[in-house]
Design a binder for this molecule. Sequence first.
Ligand code: CU
Length: 144
Amino acid sequence: MALTEPMRIMKATFVVLCVYTAFAWVQGHSAQPITGASGLSDEQHFEVRFTSHLDPVAINTMHAWTLHIQDRSGKPVTDATVQVEGGMPDHDHGLPTQPRVTKNLGSGDYLLEGMKFHMGGWWQVTLLIQQGATSDRVTFDLNL
Ligand SMILES: [Cu+2]
């Protein structure tokens, strides 16, 4: 049966949409698994690295991070206090838990417990770092 012109256009449109959707899906799911990242704080006081104990970071699983904080000369910052904020900017909600640094491990390392991400998508985690009179923040982007 020969297709009418409108049918032909609809069929072509459908095929294009299918291909586009397939590409979008592959792109969205081909991100590198997140296991950790490094970043410079906003005012460049600290270099911060996080390493997830859950490797890679997975949805809906409570886990811990180890943070490493050093100054710009590479000297470990051993006397910082760290607070955590986070959420999904696109969804306007925060973290489902209240993660806390529970232990100063020495050598610039800190144990951050209570991390959990309850859905896939773009998350931001901000560490507010205070050392003496210096406070600064670093934000990590995670695509889960
Ligand atoms: Cu969300």
